[in-house]
Design a protein around this ligand. Structure first.
Ligand code: PMP
Ligand code: GLN
Length: 383
């Protein structure tokens, strides 16, 4: 977490956002939406503050929000969870992942993630003293292979930390691979933690399969999600986990000493969001899919080899056809000289030797059409 000189290293998101601001670049790096949250959600938070909901909420989260999370899981994914014992509200998905990991993983254990992976995962594995093992995503669609799944998950695996839909690649892991992961985790008695913060951002009318819905998974799986992406409130840091009571209890034991509780006035507002009609969720998906298409076409026109994005906020573009082999350097160059910021894919697995990871960039399309068009203009014809 520190550089060689002892200074604390900024995350790649903070670093690239600062560089973008400094050079007045269009920021297609950090994944946060340009548009505000739906009005009923923000109004509910304002009303909650005015109503005096400003003190510690209950430790597991307000009964109202836990109930809304349970209803939401049943409505969209057919999963039934007891809001009293099988739901925990957390300070974003980030705290949920940290609490699960600190509760369940010890030094010397192995934690398996996909590669590339969300940057916080490696840092959290580091905090536990466990060994980080990865399953590489391969092909244009960034999927794991059966052989890689079986090779990574073994007798020392304590936790498989999955992320689906996947940041940074925009892939959605196929159900047959999820089933293979469940079988391997069951064989070695490993816990599955699935970070599904982009569960509602799956495009082209494709269904989304939560891994907890695969037979044999529910009893060993914690599913994590968050209000951040679904309701465009990345600054609120309200997340949740659902799963069997013993695993929830274990995470709760740690959560109470991490933040104790969080987000009192935001909890009722997120409950309002979870209860919005199907139209809200469908419309957000449609809007984002159109932006994905707009940016993907522009990146292809600018000479990148663009991978299909099936979900999330992100699309991967390989700069190898532009003669680039080191996308880390190229990302800085693009920001400073062209005025467009993106994240080098290598930031999501610095140890990877995969040439495509080293020459690719992650672009965020959760931006207005105007921002996307201007970014594409700069990439194709300069500032
Ligand atoms: N997991 C993934 C895969 C993410 O992309 C993010 C970033 N938003 C998070 C977790 C963090 O979510 P939160 O802001 O709810 O902590
Ligand atoms: N999740 C966002 C991303 O991947 C940003 C999170 C962060 O800034 N830590 O871009």
């Amino acid at each position: 977490l520190r550089d060689a000189d002892g200074t604390v290293r900024a995350t790649i998101f903070a670093e690239m956002s600062a560089l973008a601001a400094q050079h007045d670049a269009i920021n297609l790096g950090q994944g946060y939406p340009d548009e505000d949250a739906p009005a009923p959600v923000t109004e509910a938070a304002i009303a909650a503050i005015r109503a005096g909901l400003n003190q510690y909420p209950p430790g597991r989260g307000t009964p109202e929000l836990r109930g809304a999370v349970a209803e939401h899981r049943e409505r969209f994914f057919g999963e039934r969870r007891d809001p009293d014992t099988e739901v925990l509200i957390t300070a974003g998905a980030t705290e949920a992942i940290a609490a699960a990991m600190l509760a369940l993983v010890s030094a010397g254990d192995e934690v398996v993630t996909l590669s590339p992976f969300y940057d916080a995962y490696a840092a959290m594995v580091g905090l536990t003293g466990a060994r980080h093992v990865t399953i590489p995503l391969e092909g244009d669609d960034f999927q794991p292979t059966a052989a890689a799944i079986d090779a990574a998950i073994g007798p020392n695996t304590r936790m498989v930390l999955l992320n689906n839909p996947h940041n940074p690649t925009g892939s959605v892991i196929a159900p047959e691979h999820l089933a293979r992961i469940v079988a391997a985790a069951a064989r070695h008695d490993a816990v599955i933690v699935s970070d599904e913060v982009y569960e509602h951002l799956v495009f082209d009318d494709a269904p989304f399969t939560p891994i907890a819905s695969i037979p044999g998974a529910a009893e060993r799986c914690l599913t994590i999600s968050s209000a951040a992406k679904t309701f465009r409130v990345t600054g609120w840091k309200v997340g949740w986990m659902t799963g069997p009571a013993e695993l929830i209890d274990a995470a709760m034991a740690v959560k109470q000493y991490l933040t104790y509780v969080n987000g009192a006035p935001f909890q009722p507002a997120v409950a309002v969001g979870l209860g919005l009609g199907d139209d809200y969720f469908a419309e957000q998906r449609r809007t984002l899919a159109a932006r994905r298409d707009r940016l993907s076409a522009g990146l292809a026109a600018a000479g990148f080899a663009v991978s299909p994005s099936r979900g999330s906020y992100f699309v991967v573009a390989d700069a190898a056809p532009l003669g680039v082999s080191d996308a880390k350097r190229y990302a800085r160059e693009l920001t400073v000289e062209r005025g467009v910021a993106a994240i080098p894919l290598a930031a999501f697995d610095p140890r990877s030797r995969d040439a495509r990871i080293r020459s690719s960039l992650r672009f965020a399309f959760c931006r207005t059409d105007g921002q996307i068009d201007e970014a594409v203009r700069r990439l194709t014809s300069g500032r």
